[in-house]
Design a protein around this ligand. Structure first.
Ligand code: SF4
Ligand code: SF4
Length: 124
């Protein structure tokens, strides 16, 4: 499938861009509210890390830890698989509110993100 077709088709299981901390795009981080942390299964709570003001945010809050995928992209610790290839959320039923409420497949933010990082879909 040509790259342009892949980018235009918002398939979350072959994407995961909104679960990644891409370069300086801090909006890709999974911020956690107190309610989100309370709802996390026990084994995921240790990945809720405090983020102090002065870097990208102005207030104390928590965010999910990140890790590297197989291609070296920085992604949410909950993301299984490889960005822009095949992914899933390891805690989908308990994912944070920001993951449920912000970017939706095919909406404006989704299209913007997928267009901006279209180069990642090459070679898939
Ligand atoms: S909502 Fe959009 S950017 Fe996020 S994983 Fe799905 S297709 Fe990708
Ligand atoms: S918790 Fe799941 S849906 Fe939310 S950013 Fe992490 S991998 Fe993506």
């Amino acid at each position: 499938m040509p790259v342009r077709s892949k980018v235009l088709k918002p398939d979350c299981r072959a994407c995961g861009l909104c679960c990644a901390a891409l370069y300086a795009d801090n909006e890709s981080w999974a911020d956690l509210t107190d309610e989100d942390i309370a709802a996390l299964p026990k084994r995921w709570k240790k990945y809720a890390l405090p983020v102090t003001p002065g870097w990208a945010f102005t207030e104390n809050h928590y965010a999910f830890a990140t890790k590297y995928d197989k291609d070296g992209n920085t992604v949410c610790v909950g993301l299984k698989g490889t960005l822009a290839r095949k992914v899933s959320c390891a805690l989908y039923e308990n994912r944070p509110s920001v993951c449920r409420d912000s970017i939706q497949p095919g909406n404006k933010d989704c299209k913007t993100l997928r267009s901006k990082y279209a180069m990642l879909f090459r070679g898939t």
